[in-house]
Design a protein around this ligand. Structure first.
Ligand SMILES: [Fe+2]
Length: 147
């Protein structure tokens, strides 16, 4: 199962990179008196690329394999329900983040609504951090149980 070697460590590493990407946006809007949409969109584009890569690994590889392993054990179908519940919750959070990125996908969109952007940005960071903490503290711990 080479494909899954270190998958948890890789996903945790991706989480740190996502948080760093958003940290650069936070820096621009908190330390620059006149924040630049062109800079922000550059960071958000990188964030989006990193996010898509992460969601692919997490949703299409990790969760799929986790469910498969639990079902293979066949004794613990309650866990399948729990994990499927997590997946639904995590997808909702992902959708909120993707909608935000879509709204502010150009420098113009950001420059024309900088105050709105600032107001909406920090709750997005908080939402993403909540998801990350829940995954690392809870969801990922199921992996070791079904190796
Ligand atoms: Fe994640």
């Amino acid at each position: 199962m080479e494909k899954f070697e270190n998958i948890i460590l890789i996903m945790i590493g991706q989480h740190r990179i996502l948080q760093e990407d958003l940290g650069l946006v936070a820096m621009e809007i908190t330390t620059n008196k006149d924040p630049r949409g062109a800079e922000i969109v550059k960071y958000l584009d990188k964030f989006k690329k990193d996010l898509m890569e992460h969601l692919h690994l997490e949703n299409d590889v990790f969760y799929v394999e986790l469910i498969r392993r639990i079902k293979a054990k066949n004794e613990d179908l309650d866990s399948v329900d729990i994990i499927e519940g997590f997946i639904t919750e995590m997808e909702k959070i992902g959708d909120v983040v993707v909608a935000f990125l879509e709204k502010y996908k150009t420098a113009e969109n950001i420059d024309n609504a900088m105050e709105d952007f600032k107001t909406e940005f920090f709750p997005i960071v908080k939402t993403l951090n909540t998801r990350i903490q829940f995954e690392e503290g809870h969801v990922y711990t199921y992996w070791d149980l079904y190796e």
